[in-house]
Design a protein around this ligand. Sequence first.
Ligand code: DMJ
Length: 548
Amino acid sequence: MARSRSSTNQFRYLQLSYYLKRPKRLALLLFSFVVVTFVVWDRQTLAREHEVEISKLNEELSQLQNQLKNYLGDASEDIHFSEPTKKNLVADDPIDIERRDKVKEAMLHAWTSYERYAWGQDELQPQTKNGIDSFGGLGATIVDSLDTLYIMGLDDQFQKAKEWVAKSLDFNKDYEASVFETTIRVAGGLLSAYDLSEDKVFLEKAKEIVDRLLPAWDSPSGIPYNRINLAHGNPHNPSWTGRNSILADSGTEQLEFIALSQRTGDSKYQQKAENVITQLQKTFPSDGLLPIYINPDTGGSSYSAITFGAMGDSFYEYLIKAWIQGNKTESVKHYREMWETSMQGLVSLVRKTTPSSFSYICEKNGDSLSHKMDELACFVPGMLALGSFGYDSENSEKFLSLAKELAWTCYNFYQSTPTKLAGENYYFHDGQDMNVGTSWNILRPETVESLMYLWRFTGNKTYQEWGWNIFQAFEKNSRIDSGYVGLKDVNTGVKDNTMQSFFLAETLKYLYLLFSPPSFISFDEWVFNTEAHPLRIVPRHHQRETIR
Ligand code: DMJ
């Protein structure tokens, strides 16, 4: 009994009657309740404020990091930055490994098909199982594939390709070569293979081909003629351009020629290519948008279209990349300035579709805008992401977000067709979003290129998913037993008969890198030429020692 009473006494505080009997007790209870509630509420508010404070501090920290990066980018010797920490934390996850292996298998299929049916010729025609010499017989697919084979660890294939380069690559061809194509595919491919493998044979061959191209720069203005006979010289422009030089063809040799000068110690290549930019700078318009035709006699623009697609594209790409290749130093500052001016011009060409608000880049003829965009212009999101890090935080955010918007549009170029492969260009009409214009797909890389850049700069895996979907559409529509083909029409899926060398050089390489850690062929150490050939960024002090 006594035990039971004592236990009842123990729990008397839990009974309401205990408090109701005495007003003092009730007041004490209410007071305690108010105090406890206040303390809990206060802690939570503090925690919330703390979180806000931390996020503000993080924002300030990232702004300071950006400013520091900009400042040191201009002022420091040999300082390399790792990419934003977020990206370095991205683990090599099992899905990425699996996808990368699938891409590697695709490369192996493309390569063995070429090996079997077109070895030594420029490109494979998979349907008819033969080769064609679309670039004068320079083994374009071999040279364009060297670095992809190396990067993917296809060592036996790389060795065989290297032996072919050493023993059979012959530039003495009576062929009117495109200076641009030969530079980006052949010189770019060889230089990249040299940078990766350090095998001198590649450098010797790169020098040999560029020496054959060099007379193309002997015009009154220094703007190159776009064609040259590899055996006999005789540089000239074709009649279909009205004998004008093309902007992209004339302004897309800087990376390769600067790299060649750095590696050989002979400055003449760099001088020729850099002089082009100096000439264009003299009449550079305030919006930074140059028409696609340039008169090689005067160096001035001829009346023609303005575009970030065919014939304009890589001129803008090389402005920002030459700045990066030059370690973002004072001596290459003008490249960055010209690029920033051009990006203001680009912004003035951006419009949005209805009803879905896709951003796109118009072309311009005189004063009027043409609401058309090439898939080729889908390199722009990658370029903007790459360049966005040299801006202050406000502009950096602005251009990165434009890059994301444009990438979404480019991805929808693919998603909006029955084959899920993009057409060559698109038209934008009110109320209709996008319509395919020229409806072929020739295995181009620009969209997956941009997805790779965006994934690396944002760490957002959505870009990997989009790239994976595009890869699967290539597998479904373009893969046949004897290689990969383009489509004559992305609506019907009817196939063409060409395996473009850039499919192996660019499309598959960018896809492979999209599923690789960003530290692999890092943007801190490498800059990709417009044919996706990574060139090693040479530190500043080293450049001064080697270039005479
Ligand atoms: C490639 O040769 C290069 O990417 C070039 O800059 C544009 N065209 C093709 C790929 O589409």
